[in-house]
Design a binder for this molecule. Structure first.
Ligand code: 0GY
Length: 311
């Protein structure tokens, strides 16, 4: 099947630089995707965008180039609840990738077991209005209750402006669930606002009051207003995001994850050099201990607990 990319869609950055920052051994890229390839794994009819192809071989090559040991492959909305591309990538990874799936309430126990065997350890619910229609609370709770029995967790994606409206819903979900809840990309704050202003304080409070909530401190390229560095060899990019991500890493060091977000869906103006993204890490996790927790201990505890002996 032939797919035509959404107009203005930017392909991932070819030939990323080598990061100056050396990742700790065993580091996990805990948020990335595969797109198709569409001819093999068709995009979902209900998708809100059509991406470029970005398959598992390219993802694994990037992992090795940047110095990561493992990936967590998150189901992207362009594949709906058809997890085949993500599952195929996990199975081909020789144990170096785990997955986060999207499932509907109609999913059978056998299907959940097959996803588990492939390496899936979480389900994602998306609350970003431009990407999907919301999952109703009763459906989310029903699915979350079933996957909790497999030891999986819940990943949620929302934008900061919507947190006040979603607060009661997420709190009820949190209180009803024994699982970890991982928030994508710092809850997408407006980094043009103060880091200690009401919008980001609400997110910090959300994490403080809900001890099962973790956050990915990822996607500076998506959140940044000031944008990438000038073309002068400068490697300190997306500086306006640093105070936000650093605050979360320092306040909740045992509940943070980091990922590239390769191949970077829906970026219309600027496609990041993934090597530069890795060089963002030491600005938000400034000690060897916090880097090890962010990149190794935390993702290993969540995704490979059976292999994790502690550092
Ligand atoms: C991300 C961000 C986005 C898209 C998706 O599944 C998706 O389509 O997550 C976005 O457009 O902000 O985490 O990849």
């Amino acid at each position: 099947m032939e797919f035509t990319k959404t107009p203005g869609w930017l392909d991932w950055y070819a030939g990323p630089s080598k990061p100056a920052f050396q990742l700790p051994p065993g580091s996990v890229d805990a948020h990335c995707h595969v797109f198709g390839p569409g001819a093999e794994f068709p995009f979902a009819p209900e998708r809100k965008y059509t991406p470029c192809d970005a398959g598992k071989q390219q993802l694994f090559a990037l992992r090795d180039h940047l110095g990561f040991a493992r990936n967590v492959i998150v189901q992207a909305t362009c594949h709906g609840a058809d997890n085949r591309a993500m599952v195929d990538a996990c199975l081909a990874s020789a144990g170096k990738a785990r997955g986060v799936a999207t499932v509907k309430r109609s999913v059978s126990d056998d299907e959940l077991q097959a996803l588990h065997a492939a390496g899936v350890r979480g389900v994602r619910f998306n609350f970003v209005k431009r990407l999907v229609d919301f999952t109703p609370k009763d459906e989310l709770l029903e699915i979350a209750g079933r996957i909790a029995k497999l030891g999986w967790h819940v990943v949620i994606y929302f934008e900061a402006v919507d947190l006040p409206e979603l607060w009661d819903f997420f709190t009820a979900v949190h209180d009803d669930l024994a699982t970890t809840i991982v928030v994508d990309h710092l809850g997408r704050p407006d980094v043009g606002l103060p880091v200690d202003g009401p919008q980001f304080e609400l997110f910090v409070r959300f994490m403080r009051e809900h001890p099962n909530v973790w956050s990915k401190v990822s996607c500076p390229e998506r959140l940044s207003v000031t944008g990438p560095p000038a073309l002068n060899g400068e490697r300190n990019a997306y500086r306006d995001v640093i105070p936000f991500a650093k605050r979360i890493v320092e306040t909740f060091p045992d509940r943070v994850l980091w990922g590239t977000d390769w191949p970077h869906p829906n970026l219309k103006k600027h496609m990041p050099d993934d090597g530069l993204l890795v060089d963002f890490i030491p600005h938000i996790a400034t000690t060897a201990e916090s880097q090890r927790k962010l990149l190794v201990d935390n993702p290993m505890r969540l995704y490979w607990p059976e292999e994790w002996k502690g550092s």
